[in-house]
Write a protein that binds this ligand. Structure first.
Ligand code: DGY
Length: 326
């Protein structure tokens, strides 16, 4: 019996690639080239499965041109690079990698928020360039975290994990805005309160954005939204580039309209809006919120498990995705 053929679209951990090779005829990407849609289409001819990450464009054009494809398994939780509707219409199962990265990503979101509030990278750059000559009472004064109001935009698993850190570890007052409200039993232990988006923006001392990206969340935070925020507030985006209008954010930071920001994701990444690069009060990291070694391994193994199950008649560890509106 011939084995299914699978494409691993990026260089992944050798142990994970070896597991896939035990089940499938595998084509790997050892050079870790960012293949275009056309190159992916060419490599996917005759392949039943593909292992993807955050960026490979699995869109309707690709789906129509890859008639053998049966399973698309991503090692990321966000799947805005995959047209789930087009896949489902062609009977292709799509899985993502939820849960395994929740706590690690929440740790990082919290760290970014603290770095922005307490001006950690800004002051480090100052020190490194030899500008530190004396201590002063108002030297790099920033905002407190403990006892302030934490606003979460998007209260899924990661949002709730950040809320727990804020409420239980830092005595923060937690507000959130989400399409659906949490059950009272989930709100109560962290004292979380649902508010409308305008109230969230106006009352948060520290806003953390964790909504999925899609047409409904494109520039969900634009200039008019930033204008509602406290001038001392911080904004942290660990969701996806495009949820925040980066140009408007750079302007708000530069003009003093907003206290500070921290961004792990960018519209059009790996390009970063040039206006952000020379704004001092923004912390910038290259989409690494889930990047602890144990978590990245767990994400990759989960995607591999799902691919193996889907192409060998098993049950994937996480259910195939349904099309959503976001
Ligand atoms: C995800 O899984 O969607 C992250 O953005 C990648 O860490």
């Amino acid at each position: 019996m011939t084995r299914p053929a699978v494409l691993i679209a990026r260089r992944i951990f050798p142990a994970v690639a070896e597991r896939l090779a035990a089940h499938f005829d595998v084509e790997t990407n050892d050079a870790d080239t960012l293949w275009s849609r056309e190159e992916l289409i060419q490599r996917l001819q005759g392949k039943q499965g593909v292992f993807v990450t955050t960026g490979e464009p699995i869109d309707a054009t690709l789906i129509a041109a890859c008639p053998d494809l049966k399973a698309v398994c991503s090692m990321a939780v966000g799947y805005n690079n995959i047209d789930v509707t087009a896949c489902r219409a062609r009977g292709i199962a799509v899985t993502n990698a939820p849960d395994v990265l929740t706590e690690t990503t929440a740790d990082f979101g919290f760290a970014l928020m603290m770095a922005a509030a307490r001006r950690i990278t800004e002051s480090e750059h100052f020190l490194r360039r030899g500008a530190w000559t004396k201590w002063a009472p108002d030297f790099f004064v920033g905002a407190d975290i403990h006892g302030t109001t934490l606003g979460i935009l998007g209260m899924g698993r990661i949002g709730q994990a950040i809320a727990r850190r804020g409420a239980l570890g830092f005595s923060m007052n937690v507000l959130y805005h989400n399409r659906s409200r949490l059950a009272p039993a989930s709100e109560a232990p962290i004292g979380a309160r649902w508010v409308d988006k305008a109230t969230l923006l106006a009352e948060s001392d520290h806003l953390v954005i964790v909504v999925p990206y899609g047409p409904a969340s494109h520039h969900l935070i634009a200039a008019a939204d930033l204008a509602l925020m406290k001038p001392t507030a911080t904004l942290t985006n660990i969701a996806r580039g495009g949820v925040v209008d980066d140009a408007a954010l750079a302007m708000a930071l530069r003009s003093g309209r907003l206290g500070a920001a921290a961004l792990d994701v960018f519209e059009g990444e790996p390009a970063v809006h040039p206006a952000l690069l020379d704004v001092p009060n923004v912390v910038l990291t290259p989409h690494i919120a889930s990047a602890s070694l144990p978590t990245r391994l767990a994400m990759a193994h989960l995607a591999a498990d799902n691919l193996i199950a889907l192409l060998t008649g098993g049950t994937p560890r996480t259910p195939p995705l349904e099309p959503t509106t976001c």
